[in-house]
Design a protein around this ligand. Structure first.
Ligand code: SAM
Length: 282
């Protein structure tokens, strides 16, 4: 194979030049391929949809972690649903306030193969004593756990295949049940230029459980179509509206170097252009 084509959106695709396929097999849950490219470094796709590349992974992993953790402040207990490549786990554990990061990933093969082929992305996170890795369906876990979390990060595939259940109202209600007071849920919520219905659906479903729900954005080159929306759910509006000054103080205290996240980018990411905010009016 010298080309990999992702066709996620009708009539529009992205194609990668492939210099080497490192792994390609069907796991218990999905088709998993890992390959080398000259432009985006090493890439993993699940069911032919790009999940992570070594070139641009920092954008998504920084914005899905530092935004909820620094907005909430004093976060000690984090739940990650999905996230098999370990990038979210790595960024969560950079916060010294975090005492435990529980990661519930449905596909053990993704964790094993990413530790083998993307060691730089997890960067030892799976061996951190604060990591509690559980191989299970995220829906089942949030329905049954007695634990409570300050932040829940849903780093899922798209709403097709095993990830579909992570976009339901009952799943969001389960997450709401597992959050501490003022706790924050953030979710991978697609590219609204092509997947606007995911914003409409999540807004309606999350709104049934959370007093304050909405979206913020990030631009990840290989999640094609411009802005990516990240879902936000919390019962305390003050958390989303935290000031840049407070974020600057917390960011400085956290002493974390980043390549995309800054307190100013954090605040700006909640400013939605009309083509996205109009979807919330539905
Ligand atoms: N950052 C990527 C994105 O935005 O599309 C997602 C990366 S991560 C590899 C997605 C993970 O979600 C996969 O490892 C997949 O196995 C996991 N996953 C899918 N459905 C799940 C479920 N129901 N419970 C737990 N993990 C799930």
């Amino acid at each position: 194979m010298n080309r990999f084509q992702e066709i996620l959106h009708k009539g529009y695709a992205q194609t990668f030049e492939v210099t080497k396929v490192l792994f390609h097999e069907k796991t218990e849950h999905q088709d998993l391929i890992i390959f080398e490219t000259p432009t985006f470094g090493r890439v993993m796709a699940l069911d032919n949809i790009v999940q992570v590349t070594t070139r641009d992974e920092f954008v998504y992993h920084e914005m899905m972690t530092h935004v909820p953790i620094l907005a909430k402040g004093d976060v000690t207990n984090v739940l990650i649903i999905g996230g098999g490549d370990g990038g979210i786990l790595r960024e969560v554990l950079r916060h010294k306030s975090v005492e435990q990061a529980t990661m519930v990933e449905i596909d053990a093969s993704v964790v094993d193969l990413c530790q083998q082929h993307f060691a730089d992305i997890s960067d030892g996170a799976f061996d951190d004593p604060r990591t509690n890795l559980i191989i299970d369906d995220g829906v089942k876990f949030v329905a049954e756990t007695k634990q409570r979390f300050d932040v829940i990060i849903v780093d899922s595939t798209d709403p097709i295949g095993p990830g579909e259940v992570l976009f339901t109202q009952s799943f969001y209600a389960g997450c709401h049940r597992c959050l501490t007071d003022g706790g924050v849920l953030v979710t991978q919520n697609g590219v609204p230029f092509f997947q606007g219905s995911e914003v409409v659906d999540t807004n309606r479903r999350m709104g049934k459980s959370f007093k304050d729900n909405g979206f913020y954005t990030a631009v990840v080159p290989t999640y094609i179509g411009g802005f990516m929306t990240l879902g936000w759910g919390c019962d305390d509006t003050a958390v989303r509206n935290v000031s840049v000054k407070v974020l600057q103080d917390r960011f400085q205290k956290a002493n974390i170097s980043t390549r995309y996240y800054t307190p100013e980018m954090h605040k700006a990411s909640f400013a939605l252009p009309p083509f996205i905010s109009d979807l919330l009016a539905d």
